[in-house]
Ligand binder design. Sequence first.
Ligand code: MG
Length: 219
Amino acid sequence: MLAARWSARGAALTALAALATATSATAATAAPADRPGPSPAPSSASAQSAAALGGVDYAMWQRDVTAALDGARSYIEQRTARAEGKRLAIVLDIDNTSLETDFHPFWEWPTPAVKPVRELVRYADARGVGVFFVTARPGILHAPTAINLATAGYPVDGLYVRDLPDLFEEVSAYKTEKRAEIEAKGYTVIANIGNRSTDLVGGHAERTWKLPDYDGKLS
Ligand SMILES: [Mg+2]
């Protein structure tokens, strides 16, 4: 089902990719990472999208995300206070972790940030922590995804999408490999944040924070 969803969404996003690339300079100017424009509240179209998710309410989701992030900020604060010369990093899933993907139809691209997550990420970035995104999105979506993250106001030190060989392995194994690659660059991954267990299993992170997926209703 997820693959089918991505097939449809991917086709639409691919069509947008050329346009997005052409307008990326404008987008970057209009919404630099440190001063994003106001994020739109979910529209009526978004409400329809949410309704299609089987009753996942946007306001409830936002509250649940905030609750699920409990302790993350203080951990980053403590951990960066004793970095001991190490390069620290956090790793994030994108869909319904960093971006409000399932609450907006694709034509509302770019997708807004999940505000509590963006706030946490900016805090980590301000304390010198590297910010890496690891997504199951296919490689063809690298450019529009990078532009979306920047437009949504995220600092980005690295973005991993699934290249062709990665599409043939389990998402959890692919994501684990990417965290290992980040470690191989010399980083210590202090936090891994995602909304599905496949984002979080496999180690290569000191701590994990699980955001809601409501039994698979959110990708
Ligand atoms: Mg997700």
